[in-house]
Design a protein around this ligand. Sequence first.
Ligand SMILES: C=CC1=C(C)c2cc3[nH]c(cc4nc(cc5[nH]c(cc1n2)c(C)c5CCC(=O)O)C(CCC(=O)O)=C4C)c(C)c3C=C
Ligand SMILES: [Fe+2]
Ligand SMILES: [Fe+2]
Length: 367
Amino acid sequence: MKYLNSTNDRHGKRSRIGVLLVNLGTPDAPTKKALKIYLKEFLSDPRVVEPNFPRWIWWLILNGVILNIRPKRSAEAYASIWNEVGEGSPLMAISKQQHQAVQAYFQEHQVDIIPVLAMRYGNPSIAHGLSELKSQRVDRLLVLPLYPQYSASTTASIFDAVTRELQSWRLIPEVRFINHYHDHSGYINALARSVQQHWQQHGQPDQLVMSFHGVPQRYLHNGDPYHCECHKSGRLLAEKLGLNKNQYQVTFQSIFGREEWLKPYTMEVLKSLPAQGHKHVQVICPGFAADCLETLEEIAVENKGYFTGAGGEQFSYIPALNADEDHVAFLSQLIMAHSQTWLEQTEPDKALTEQRYLQHEYNQSDK
Ligand SMILES: C=CC1=C(C)c2cc3[nH]c(cc4nc(cc5[nH]c(cc1n2)c(C)c5CCC(=O)O)C(CCC(=O)O)=C4C)c(C)c3C=C
Ligand SMILES: [Fe+2]
Ligand SMILES: [Fe+2]
């Protein structure tokens, strides 16, 4: 059978709304073997690596070079943060907390939306998440990529994976997709509050570095709005905090490969700040909804080393919003806002019900 069948027994019942919370994904273990599987899936995605040379050459580089070198190095980095937040990979532990907290928010506020967690790469997969929602008879699906800023390499890749999976379903749900929330006041306010709380404990720095994950510069020139959205989030956060242009800057981290990525590079900026008289620096990574390897290891350890090595005196990393109360309330409300007309529709959709009923009758008499 080409398409997955559905149980068509919802006549006259209320529609069910499900939300798929999707983040990047993480290896199953901090081992060379698990990293090889994870990186192969991740770096084979043409949305992530979109080479400006024939794809078969990238296939050779990936399988012949990168997957023989990087897994060992990356496994060591993952091992250094494994179990740092709850059990296993921090990204997974925090994503589970976020999922549970959103679920609890809906229960507490009597909102009839079923949240399910999925990862773009690795587990729990998008196919698994969708099948979970299918088994719960969800017929209205909202997808929330946990990336505040839109990038084709992240957000569009989730769109690809979700729609690819749904292509095998007979009865597809009504689908909505959240593209980004980089300038939403709820997101900016939650970030600002987390910075202010950090200042209460650690004081205000000479310079606040807002570091976002990078992408190749070529993607910006090809029309990816990511760079612009990172800068807008940065500006709005600075405005909310009352910072002037000399007190903060937007930078880009996690360069991969040989071509030029978005600049300035976080690493270079941190190395140069002490010589400019900025000895007390804090770094926030507003593009990461959850702490992960790129924040806990690359920023809080590796980049801290670059700063102190260059004469910096005081450095702290401001944690991601994770499962903070403000963040969970914001995400839940964002989901509710995007489901608004669905939530208002309490009566079953008559035309749809009748159509499905007729279909059901037909199936029965056909047997
Ligand atoms: C927040 C948005 C992200 C964008 C944009 C992004 C782009 C991007 N990433 C790579 C390559 C790697 N990224 C890796 C880890 C990683 N990346 C993000 C987020 C974005 N990536 C997160 C949240 C994580 C951490 C995952 C975790 O398990 O904690 C890695 C793996 C780690 C490593 O080996 O260094 C790679 C590789 C590219 C090429 C890319 C491009 C457009
Ligand atoms: Fe990445
Ligand atoms: Fe990294």
